[in-house]
Design a binder for this molecule. Sequence first.
Ligand SMILES: NC(=O)c1ccc[n+]([C@@H]2O[C@H](COP(=O)([O-])OP(=O)(O)OC[C@H]3O[C@@H](n4cnc5c(N)ncnc54)[C@H](O)[C@@H]3O)[C@@H](O)[C@H]2O)c1
Ligand SMILES: O=S(=O)(O)c1ccc(CO)cc1
Length: 484
Amino acid sequence: MIHGELHQNVRQYINGRWETSATTGVSANPSDTSEVVAEYARADRRQAEAAIRAATEAFPHWSHSTPQRRADVLDRIGTELLARKDDLGMLLAREEGKTLVEAVAEVARAGQIFKFFAGEALRGGGGENVASVRAGVQVDVTREPVGVVGLITPWNSPFVVPAWKIAPALAHGNSVVFKPAELVSGCGWALAEIISRAALPAGAFNLVMGSGREAGQALVDSPLVDALSFTGSMANGERILQVAAARRAKVQLETGGKNALVVLADADLDRAVDCAVQGAYFSAGQRCTASSRLIVESAVHDAFVAKLRQRLKTLKIGHALERGVDIGPVADEDRLAQDLAWVDTAREEGAEHVWGGEALERATAGHYMSPALFLAKPSHRIAREEIFGPLACVLRADDYDEALALCNDTPFGLCAGICTNSLKHAMHFRRHAVVGMTMVNLPTAGVDFHVPFGGRKGSGYGPREQGRHAAEFYTTVKTGYMLA
Ligand SMILES: NC(=O)c1ccc[n+]([C@@H]2O[C@H](COP(=O)([O-])OP(=O)(O)OC[C@H]3O[C@@H](n4cnc5c(N)ncnc54)[C@H](O)[C@@H]3O)[C@@H](O)[C@H]2O)c1
Ligand SMILES: O=S(=O)(O)c1ccc(CO)cc1
């Protein structure tokens, strides 16, 4: 496989200028570890603080810009992302390991998100005139930008998660400091490079690449950062919440998931297997929306497991750029080691092995693993903890009531799906699954870009992301009274 372009000039973007840092890092291609994808600058705390000051100084300018100007900026960014979805998709597939098809679709979705929020900039987040309870008094409720927002993102979706934070933040007039995950610094920089040419005032958008402990923590600690939106692990989210909420910053967390796909006896089993394969294993299971628990009604349990095993055998695991590959590598060496350790845990705790879970060798040295399936008990760790890799377990349920109880028996609450032909059960499930998103006869993963995204319980904190609901986080409400 031929190596792609090496991005060597991946620098911080602070106050409208590209800056080097004292130290650098490299990102490697998880499909072919001999390929370096990007050499990037690593910000220390001091440099991150400079970005925060730049955002603070830019805030009065950007927050008073006209809705038309904000819409034009966002629309320009969206247009370029859509036009360049193929080359940026290639970069994403090389740096993170998603298949090229998945990666191109992700970049296109990021473009659509910017276009959506170009429209939101014009709609303004929803103010209202309200009749006063007093005669001769006028009341209106308006929304204003929050201020400087710190946006901290994970490695698994390096275009779409930054897009659904940066676009609403800018649309509603906030200034931004964006800290992507180090593993995908090349993608973070490529997005920032497009934003840098979209005619924003200097300092309204800043990129700081570097470690969570230094660059990320600087955003969490700074009294100049008015709001923090974080997507990542539950443990880091908890720590960030404690510190940021203590200084009364606004906080939004999107953390992990342990999502269930329920398969009832009356389901179309072929569709249920499709939903399970797509939801549990595509993107190597590295999606917060992955269906890592497959809860199957006893009457169809064995038939479902047999069909799913057959499908898993046919999946092609390989280099993310190779045509026809269904599942690329996992993101890095540590994740592969963790995923394989979960396979050992599953065996040790007595889960029944059905398929996969082995490290694979391919023509290039990459982090390849066969998709793993186990039959588990609800008490098993593989049925309770987030794995974030290509491993799913099947749990047996006697009937719908037990399936729903198992679905809700988790500290997480991002999304849940059900495969059934029963309208009664589908409607009941939509109402009673304790999650932020439900899917009927659809995979748990694969969401729209214009409607709310987020979870309950351990999966999230604060208002939803995406769609017009994003205004809840990126604006603050002001009530105005005036004597008429
Ligand atoms: N619910 C969702 O919407 C959603 C979406 C995607 C990923 N995730 C979760 O993300 C996790 C995988 O991503 P990850 O491994 O990049 O997560 P992570 O928590 O290790 O890192 C996420 C980001 O936080 C930064 N960070 C780490 N420590 C920090 C600190 N002390 N202060 C500030 N920033 C810090 C990292 O550098 C990175 O940019 C999984 O648990 C997954 O479920 C959740
Ligand atoms: O594939 S999707 O379910 O649409 C999806 C949602 C969220 C994220 C962020 O991790 C990735 C993929």
